[in-house]
Design a protein around this ligand. Structure first.
Ligand code: NAP
Length: 305
C-alpha cells in the first residue's frame, strides 16, 4: 500500500458491475472523534448492487460530482486515531457507514469513520466473519425496535426472506422480545431456519400479527398482516401506505457502535450465525456483484483489499 494513496472501488456513471472502477485516492488523517481503519474485509450487500445499477442516481438520491463510493460495512484494524478517541492503534474493529450519497465506501483499503460508529471485534471472531455483521445485524436490531415487544393480543411474527442476512438475524433476535417467529424461505432453507429456533414455511397464508419483510416482498408482505397488525419494511425509498389499521413502518439502518459490539459478542459465542459464502479480492468486485445478482446466495461474499 502506498503511504499517500489507497485503492477503492467506485462508480462514476453506474450501469451494472462493468461500471465499477478501482481508483487511487489520497490518504487523509482522522479528525476529532474519528479513526482511520485498514480494512480486512467488506461485505457485498444488495444495496451495493442498487447503487451500481444506477437506480438511486435515477431517483435523485445520489448526487456525487465525480464518483460514488461503494460498500457499507467492514472489519479491520485501527491505524490512526484522531483527537478525543480512546481506541488504540492496532485495535480490531468492525463498523458501518450509512447513506449512499457519498464519495467513499468500505470497498477500499482504508476508511475514515467516526469512532462511535465502530465496535471492538471480540477475540475469537475472525475479521472476515465480523465484516458480515454490521449492516444486517443492526438492520435486524432496528427492525425489532420498530416491531417493539410482542403485544399480549397476538405475538405471531412472520419473517419473510428469513434465510437472508437481515431475515436470519430478525428470526433469531425477535424471539428475545416475546415474538413467536415463523420464517418464510425456500424449501432448501428449512434446516437453517429451524436451527434459529423459528418455525418454517414456504407459503404463508394471511393473518399474521406482524410481518418483518426482510425479503422485500412489499405489497405481498403487507397483504399477509392481519387488520390492525404491524408491518416493517426494508425499502425506505418505497415505503408502503398504511391500510386496514396496520402500523406500517420501514427501517433506515443507522450506525451504532455500542449495539454492534453486542451483536459481535453474540456472533463470537455462536448465538448468532456468521455466514461467509466466499472471500474475493477487491479486483474481483464485478464478479462478486454478478454472483449476488443471480440470487440464491446464502452467506455474504466478502471483499478483501
Ligand atoms: N433499509 C435498510 O436500512 C436496509 C438494511 C439492510 C438491508 N436492507 C434490504 O433488506 C433486504 C434484504 O437484505 P439481505 O441482505 O438480507 O438480502 P439477502 O441476503 O439476499 O436475503 C433476501 C432473502 O429473501 C429471499 N426471498 C426473496 N423472495 C422470497 C420469497 N418469495 N420466498 C422466500 N424467500 C424469498 C431470498 O431468497 P433467494 O436468494 O433464493 O431469492 C433471500 O434468502 C434487501 O432488499 C436490502 O436492500 C435494507
Amino acid at each position: 500500500m502506498s503511504t499517500s494513496t489507497f485503492r477503492t472501488a467506485v462508480v462514476r456513471t453506474p450501469s451494472g458491475p462493468d461500471s465499477i472502477e478501482i481508483i487511487d485516492v489520497p490518504v487523509v488523517e482522522p479528525g476529532p472523534g474519528e479513526v482511520r481503519v485498514r480494512i480486512a474485509g467488506a461485505a457485498v450487500n444488495p444495496v451495493d448492487l442498487g447503487v451500481v445499477s444506477g437506480i438511486f442516481h435515477s431517483m435523485g438520491l445520489v448526487n456525487q460530482p465525480d464518483h460514488t463510493g461503494l460498500g457499507w460495512d467492514f472489519a479491520g484494524t485501527v491505524v490512526a486515531a484522531g483527537p478525543d478517541v480512546d481506541l488504540a492503534v492496532g485495535t480490531r474493529v468492525a463498523g458501518l457507514v450509512d447513506g449512499f450519497d457519498r464519495d467513499f465506501g468500505t470497498y477500499a483499503e482504508q476508511l475514515i469513520v467516526r469512532a462511535a460508529d465502530v465496535a471492538v471485534v471480540p477475540d475469537g471472531l475472525e475479521p472476515i466473519a465480523a465484516a458480515t455483521v454490521p449492516l444486517n445485524g443492526l438492520a435486524a436490531a432496528q427492525i425489532i425496535d420498530l416491531l417493539g415487544d410482542a403485544p399480549t393480543s397476538g405475538n405471531r411474527l412472520l419473517v419473510t426472506g428469513a434465510a437472508g442476512a437481515v431475515g436470519g438475524y430478525v428470526a433469531a433476535l425477535a424471539q428475545d422480545h416475546g415474538w413467536q417467529v415463523t420464517g418464510l424461505a425456500r424449501a432448501e432453507d428449512e434446516e437453517f431456519i429451524r436451527g434459529l429456533g423459528a418455525a418454517f414455511t414456504t407459503h404463508a397464508q394471511p393473518g399474521w400479527d406482524a410481518v418483518a419483510d426482510a425479503g422485500a416482498l412489499q405489497e405481498r408482505g403487507l397483504a399477509l398482516v392481519r387488520d390492525g397488525g404491524i408491518f416493517v419494511g426494508v425499502q425506505p425509498s418505497a415505503k408502503l401506505p398504511a391500510e386496514r389499521g396496520i402500523t406500517v413502518d420501514v427501517v433506515v439502518t443507522r450506525p451504532d457502535g455500542a449495539r454492534l459490539r453486542g451483536l459481535l459478542v453474540r456472533t463470537a459465542s455462536g448465538q448468532l450465525p456468521a455466514r461467509v459464502r466466499a472471500v474475493l479480492p477487491l479486483d474481483q468486485v464485478a464478479d462478486a456483484h454478478r454472483a449476488m445478482a443471480k440470487g440464491g446466495v446464502r452467506g455474504r461474499l466478502v471483499l478483501t483489499p
